[in-house]
Write a protein that binds this ligand. Structure first.
Ligand SMILES: Nc1ncnc2c1ncn2[C@@H]1O[C@H](COP(=O)(O)OP(=O)(O)OP(=O)(O)O)[C@@H](O)[C@H]1O
Ligand SMILES: [Mg+2]
Length: 445
């Protein structure tokens, strides 16, 4: 615009000066005065031309420079976004971008205690799982724990956080890479109808590999990160399987960071009933050993293809109802030398089970669920044991405190908390009703 104005003014000036010279010639003929005016006019016209020429050159050079800077800027931005991706730095998404990606939150992949997870596809074609965390205060807490724990870590067996969105006043969102085979519970427990049709009976070999993957992921979190990361919600629902049935640990909503020099942390009780280590109830604090206990419980569920705590008999008639505690069944079978009978019967029917692997996995699981936390092996040791790099000794007998607690329940008629299957725990230990609380915490399923 500015350029056009200058050019028009210059052209008008030159035309005016030429007209002036012509008029001067008509009026003054070839007099001395005419030559003086004409000379001055021509000088001004030449000056205007020179100005236009210099200005034109300067403009061209400036435009070239601008173009160069723009292309360098684009390159820099591309490079930056590439580096963000490679380095795993999470991207901040606009809410509308997530609405578009998920087609307005249509395809529900899963629902937990505090969040709903939807399938989505980003504009660059990346498949994602968008986790919407509901609830004001708790949502904020879970969002922060999850970002703090997962944003800085990278491991093949940990889910990758792609980005997040926190629209003002609304729920918070976390955007994860999409893991196609869903959660482990759909692959080890007899199948009910799953939400998106994924699931089945995972073979023995794959179960054993999942056990190693999971141990590697937890070992990385416990030993190889700058601060020790406790997951605190290890259970089949939070373990995903990728297209090659490799285990991917997800859901860091309850995770806790712990200094490398700290041996325990005191925190409100959190996790899922049925997977919580007994030390949660002792108020002495917890450590990475609590994850190891939950890991052991998951191993047993993978071996048996069943939940660790289950009810047999008529659910309506409480007098005929009996609790079954699978870890006790495994321990008894081990003593009787009939360990194979504890294995998922679907796997026994299919065949191809390596009995030495069964024994190793059971030994490791029973070591991990020792009630005394200091007897449990570290996750790094578990990896070595499962990979057969070190021998595994027979585990010592444990009291299995849960058994006593379950029998207390037999005598108790109304325990609504026990029927809250798989529900989350995240609260302070209530002083008044400690016994009912203990039962509900340890025997959720
Ligand atoms: N990245 C993913 N790819 C595919 N499915 C996923 C992904 N993340 C989560 N899911 C599905 O959504 C379910 C719930 O996710 P998540 O465990 O993160 O939510 P939550 O509400 O925190 O659960 P919890 O009850 O354990 O707290 C999972 O069990 C899984 O089936
Ligand atoms: Mg979960």
């Amino acid at each position: 615009m500015e350029d056009r104005k200058v050019n028009i003014t210059a052209v008008i000036t030159i035309i005016a000066l030429i007209i002036f010279v012509i008029l001067a010639h008509v009026w003054l003929k070839l007099s001395k005065a005419f030559f003086l005016i004409a000379g001055a006019d021509i000088a001004v016209i030449l000056a205007v031309f020179a100005y236009l020429l210099i200005r034109g050159r300067y403009q061209r050079r400036r435009k070239l420079l601008e173009k160069k800077l723009v292309s360098e800027g684009v390159e820099l931005r591309l490079e930056y976004s590439f580096l963000r991706k490679v380095a795993g730095v999470p991207i901040k998404f606009r809410h509308e971008e997530l609405e578009d990606a998920t087609d307005n939150f249509q395809a529900l992949l899963g629902q937990g205690a505090s969040a709903s997870v939807f399938k989505g596809i980003l504009s660059d074609g990346t498949s994602v799982a968008v986790k919407r965390i509901d609830g004001e205060e708790r949502g904020e807490k879970e969002f922060r724990s999850e970002v703090a724990a997962i944003a800085s870590v990278q491991h093949v067996n940990l889910v990758r956080l792609i980005g997040y969105s926190c629209p003002p006043g609304g729920p918070r969102f976390l955007v994860y890479e999409f893991i196609p085979n869903g959660s482990l519970n759909n692959w080890i427990f007899p199948r009910r109808e799953t939400r998106n049709g994924v699931g089945g009976c995972l073979s023995w070999n794959l179960r054993y590999k999942v056990a190693i993957d999971l141990a590697k992921a937890l070992s990385y979190l416990h030993h190889d990160c700058r601060s020790r990361i406790l997951h605190l919600d290890v259970k089949p629902e939070n373990i995903l399987l990728d297209e090659n049935y490799r285990a991917i640990v997800a859901d860091f909503g309850l995770a806790k960071l712990m200094g490398k020099d700290e041996s325990r942390v005191i925190t409100t009780i959190r996790g899922t009933r049925g997977y919580l280590a007994p030390e949660w109830l002792l108020e002495h604090g917890i450590s990475e050993k609590s994850d190891i206990y939950s890991y052991g419980m998951v191993l047993l569920e993978m071996i048996g293809g069943r939940r660790n705590v289950s009810v047999i008999g008529n659910g309506a008639d409480r007098s005929k109802r009996k609790w079954q505690y699978f870890p006790k069944i495994v321990r008894d079978k081990l003593k009787e030398g009939k360990l194979i009978e504890a294995v998922d019967h679907r796997l026994l029917e299919a065949g191809g089970i390596d009995e030495s692997q069964v024994k190793r996995l059971v030994y490791v699981a029973l070591w991990c669920i020792q009630e005394r936390a200091n007897l449990r092996p570290s996750m790094a040791q578990v990896v070595e044991m499962l990979e057969g790099l070190v021998p595994v000794d027979e585990p010592p007998d444990t009291n299995m405190i849960v058994l006593d607690l379950l029998s207390i329940d037999e005598e108790d008629s109304e325990r609504p908390e026990i029927s809250a299957i798989g529900s989350h725990v995240d609260c302070n230990i209530p002083g008044s009703s400690a016994s009912s609380f203990v039962i509900s915490v340890l025997s959720g399923r």
